[in-house]
Design a protein. Structure first.
Length: 187
């Protein structure tokens, strides 16, 4: 382990997460997490969440700390998945960790989630593929919230029925919260 980040709110506030030194691992900055969870405050209690491309799991663990009902973490890197399991055990919080490629995971049997964190490795350009699989595969509740993190100058192609709720920029990152609508917007 080469670094640590902290949980910024809820029951686990100020708890530290060990961060393995892995290429491309980019934990969501504290300021961005604080903004995101302020946006999610009215809906976080009891929500079933999916932390796709979880990395450190900071987003999902922050959600658990603030009252999410359950979080499923999906991370393809075995070392990152192990570090995530170790952090969950040390913090004594429940969270299911699946060591799998996100796209392959979404090809499996779907469980609908009310909140999804979509923060894939920037260089892989996975937003359109993963978003379509989430949308078409039965992974989202009818009015799910989807958090998308991308490079500052890039708005990924997402399903037309994902309505932008809030967005911001911090450093080299664009962070945006979308709401899934079951009815397509009129053109």
């Amino acid at each position: 382990m080469t670094g640590r980040i902290r949980i910024i709110g809820g029951s686990l506030r100020n708890s530290r997460l060990d961060v393995p030194d892995l290429p491309g691992l980019r934990p969501t900055p504290e300021r961005v997490r604080e903004t995101l969870f302020n946006w999610l405050a009215p809906v976080i209690a009891g929500v079933q969440a999916l932390d796709l491309c979880a990395g450190t799991g900071a987003l999902g663990i922050e959600a658990l700390s603030r009252g999410a009902g359950a979080v499923r973490f999906v991370e393809r890197d075995a070392l990152a998945a192990k570090a995530l399991r170790d952090n969950l055990a040390r913090l004594k919080v429940e969270g299911a960790v699946t060591a799998a490629d996100a796209a392959a995971y979404l090809d499996g049997a779907a469980t609908p989630f009310g909140l999804v964190f979509l923060d894939p490795p920037f260089a892989a350009d996975l937003w359109p593929v993963l978003a379509q699989r989430l949308e078409q595969g039965g992974w989202l509740t009818p009015t799910a919230w989807i958090y998308v993190e991308s490079p500052r100058d890039r708005v990924p192609a997402l399903p037309i029925n994902w309505s932008l709720h809030r967005e911001g920029k911090a450093g080299e990152v664009r962070h945006a919260l979308y709401r899934r609508c079951t009815a397509l917007p009129l053109s």
